[in-house]
Design a protein around this ligand. Sequence first.
Ligand SMILES: Nc1ncnc2c1ncn2[C@@H]1O[C@H](COP(=O)(O)OP(=O)(O)O)[C@@H](O)[C@H]1O
Ligand SMILES: [Mg+2]
Ligand SMILES: [Zn+2]
Length: 246
Amino acid sequence: MDPRTTFPASTGTVRIPKPETCELCHGLGWVSTDVGKSRMCSCPKGDWEARKAAAIFLRSALIPPWFHGFELDTYPDQKSAALKAVRRWVAEYPKRKRSLLFWGVYGVGKTGLAVGAMRALTIKQPRPCTFLSSTEFLRKLRATFQGGPDADAEIEDARDAHVLLLDDIGAERGTDWATKELEALVDYRHGLGTVKTTIITTNGTLRQLADRMGVRTADRLLEMCAVVEVSGPNLRERGAKGESGQ
Ligand SMILES: Nc1ncnc2c1ncn2[C@@H]1O[C@H](COP(=O)(O)OP(=O)(O)O)[C@@H](O)[C@H]1O
Ligand SMILES: [Mg+2]
Ligand SMILES: [Zn+2]
């Protein structure tokens, strides 16, 4: 196979390394660990298989087009402490907390780091993942109540995703209904916290998160998540990709 062949994915490009025969997997990329169980081999073919599987999961993750191609390696400040913390979290996964919470002011790159973390984690452990903004979650939920197009299945998929990226929690207008629904979603993910991963971003401080979502919900998030503060300049003002974006 041509080593320069690429695997096109709407979420980026996966480079295919030259397959080589490996003593562990004999070039399959997979090694059996137990009856009916296998894991990706640590050789280049295994890495390629993981990237291919990850690309498929990431393509159906409903990541908004703006964030396609956002990786940890493309994050504008490669020296940032937040980026280092995320890299460490991915490397140590799942030894430490399985979930991740990003906080900081608008425009510092929380969503970009969250998408990069989801991508890196999915390459490490290819599993279904979903991007969901909290406002979108509430909009879809409202649509199902109002008898609009049935978004039930999408919501269920997100609730149960192995990896759920819940973007901008606390940004929505805090009606009682919205707060309760988000609280229920956080509770549900908290219950799955020992097996599944939730990656959350919030604009503002942890104190503001507690003010908006309630102390109980904020506490649950802190309990399940490794917390990453994102600081630095407003990256949107640099116009790296234009002025808009989420
Ligand atoms: N992983 C990344 N790769 C490339 N550019 C990024 C990445 N993360 C952030 N950026 C840049 O920074 C801008 C702001 O990032 P964003 O994640 O939207 O900030 P926040 O969520 O904190 O408001 C993006 O529009 C993009 O230009
Ligand atoms: Mg954001
Ligand atoms: Zn191998």
